[in-house]
Design a protein around this ligand. Structure first.
Ligand code: ATP
Ligand code: MTE
Length: 179
């Protein structure tokens, strides 16, 4: 049996200041560390750092989904109500299907941590064989949100024709209803 190629996971940091080098990006590395801790199947990170610009975010998502062949892309930042927060709009610009349950669940669990969780408009969508999930910019929000939705992510990736993602059940148990 030939080795299965690693699943490519797109990691998109959306931040004006991090993209200008005004502060170090802690969000992208936190997402990478999260998947290192949780996934047991082979994967590799495809990172991008973009400013809060709707066209630039959409272009990065299209490139990662279509050209880089990522079955999963996670974004961080730009989900709030401020004028330059446009990550959900850019995500919907490239969507074929909207997956509202992801945003609903992530806001619900985040509300147990901070009352301002309702300010995040984070969503998730399908583009081709790729699931795209938005996370808030606060680095600590990354594990809080991903812990909630990750049990359903491998099966969602299965359903859109992506590679089989396996998780460490001691950390996150993937749920596949048909197996
Ligand atoms: N990639 C990141 N690395 C480190 N800290 C971040 C990052 N993104 C956001 N933060 C922190 O979380 C806060 C809220 O994130 P948000 O996406 O709203 O950024 P912002 O205030 O609009 O600024 P910017 O887009 O320039 O990061 C930021 O003010 C910053 O303190
Ligand atoms: N789990 C979690 N969710 C969170 C937060 C957080 O600290 N933890 N911050 C909230 C705040 S203060 C804002 S303004 C919104 C949008 O953040 P963003 O613009 O950085 O994406 O996410 C919210 N969701």
């Amino acid at each position: 049996m030939p080795d299965t190629p690693p699943a490519r996971i797109g990691i998109v940091t959306v931040s004006d200041r991090a993209s200008r080098g005004e502060y170090e990006d802690r969000g992208g590395p936190a997402i990478r560390q999260y998947f290192e801790d949780v996934l047991t199947s082979p994967w590799e990170a495809v990172p991008r750092l973009v400013p809060d610009d709707r066209g630039a975010i959409a272009a990065a998502l299209v490139e990662l989904a279509d050209a880089e062949g990522c079955p999963l892309i996670v974004t961080t930042g730009g989900t709030g109500p401020a004028p330059r927060d446009v990550t959900p709009e850019a995500t919907l610009d490239v969507a074929e299907k909207v997956m509202p349950g992801f945003g609903e669940l992530m806001r619900q669990v985040s509300l147990r941590k901070v009352p301002t969780a309702i300010l995040s408009r984070q969503t998730a969508v399908i583009r081709g064989r790729c699931l795209i999930i938005n996370l808030p910019g606060q680095p600590r929000a990354i594990a809080e949100c991903l812990d909630a939705v990750l049990p359903a992510v491998p099966y969602c990736v299965d359903l859109v024709g992506g590679p089989r993602l396996e998780t460490n059940p001691d950390r996150i148990a993937a749920f596949r209803p048909k197996t």
